[in-house]
Design a protein around this ligand. Structure first.
Ligand code: ADP
Ligand code: RBF
Ligand code: MG
Length: 149
């Protein structure tokens, strides 16, 4: 699907979320502040996206991001959370996170169990992994956005 606001470049500090990502889902998500969420294009489609992410001056890694209200948890505010597809040695709260959102994977959904949410996230990661291998996506990995520190 082609969305006019993509690719979308975002940057901001990593803040504390609800603490459910790693503990309940085995999938940590770096959360942005409310300000970043409020700066999104008005017509953004809530859902799961893929693209590139960079923590401080670390390398650029693949990512999946969830933008929305997490119907499974019924959050009150729109959140922007990024799972960086890399094993970090420690947490990076307070760091600067840059993301380049390239494409849309699917709408946010509700699930009848935590386990089906986890399985769906695993598939999202596999899909993102493949979609980020195409030349058009790889080109954005070296965009000035990531090299200008
Ligand atoms: P919170 O609810 O506070 O966002 P999570 O359980 O979602 O907590 O964990 C997110 C935190 O885990 C991030 O803010 C970051 O400091 C750390 N983290 C470690 N590895 C990753 C990763 N690969 N992707 C995203 N965050 C990670
Ligand atoms: N939450 C939902 O309620 N529905 C979803 O369909 C959903 N999909 C997600 C997909 C990915 C790739 C990620 C990283 C998160 C997703 N979440 C979804 C958000 C998840 O509920 C959230 O990360 C945790 O609640 C921790 O804040
Ligand atoms: Mg999180």
């Amino acid at each position: 699907m082609s969305l006019s606001y993509l690719p979308l470049f975002l940057k901001g500090e990593v803040v504390k979320g609800f603490g459910r990502g790693s503990k309940e889902l085995g999938c940590p998500t770096a959360n942005y502040s409310r300000e970043v969420a409020q700066s999104l294009p008005q017509d953004i489609k809530p859902g799961v996206y893929y693209g590139w992410a960079q923590v401080n001056s670390h390398p650029v890694y693949k990512m999946v991001a969830n933008i929305g209200w997490c119907p499974f948890y019924q959050n009150k505010e729109l959140s922007v959370e990024t799972h960086v597809m890399h094993d970090f040695e420690k947490d990076f709260y307070g760091s600067n996170l840059k993301i380049c959102i390239i494409g849309y994977l699917r709408p946010e959904m509700n699930f009848s169990s935590v386990d089906s949410l986890i399985q769906t996230i695993k598939k999202d990661i596999q899909n993102a992994d493949e979609l980020l291998e195409v030349a058009e996506a790889i080109k954005l990995k070296t965009h000035d956005f990531f090299t200008d520190q």
